[in-house]
Design a protein around this ligand. Structure first.
Ligand SMILES: [Zn+2]
Length: 133
């Protein structure tokens, strides 16, 4: 807009604009650029469109989908940091079950002996899961 035609050297010296360039974050109250959708301090997402408009609904849906995705990632991450059985094993078994028997045998031939050393019980369960009809 107007800034495009200005030299960068003039930006800091112009008179203060009629409206403040920053607006406080509704969550952490720290000043944010008025056009910033996401708070750089706490990650809170603001909806800039006017309520009731289609643009507002679209932004709200996007924000909610984003929040849900983050929540899922957090859960997966927490499980992965735990014993690992919920995060790793079903995923591997599920993926292998879609493969042909030959592929399953080839992968199991590598995975099972390795798993036997660290967690023999898990190895049996994984094999049972993968070769389940
Ligand atoms: Zn904030």
């Amino acid at each position: 807009m107007a800034r495009r035609t200005q030299s960068p050297y003039h930006v800091g010296t112009t008179a203060s604009p009629p409206q403040p360039a920053t607006a406080p974050c509704p969550k952490c109250r720290r000043p944010l650029a008025a056009a910033a959708k996401r708070c750089v301090y706490c990650g809170h997402v603001r909806i800039l469109a006017a309520p009731g408009t289609p643009a507002y609904e679209a932004e709200r849906a996007a924000v909610e989908a984003d929040a849900k995705r983050l929540e899922r990632q957090k859960v997966i991450f927490q499980h992965g940091m735990g014993l690992g059985k919920t995060a790793l094993k079903p995923g591997l078994a599920e993926r292998l079950r879609r493969q042909s028997l030959l592929v399953r045998i080839a992968v199991m031939a590598v995975v099972i002996p390795a798993l036997m050393l660290v967690a023999p019980f898990k190895a049996f369960r994984l094999a049972k899961e993968v070769f389940r009809p």
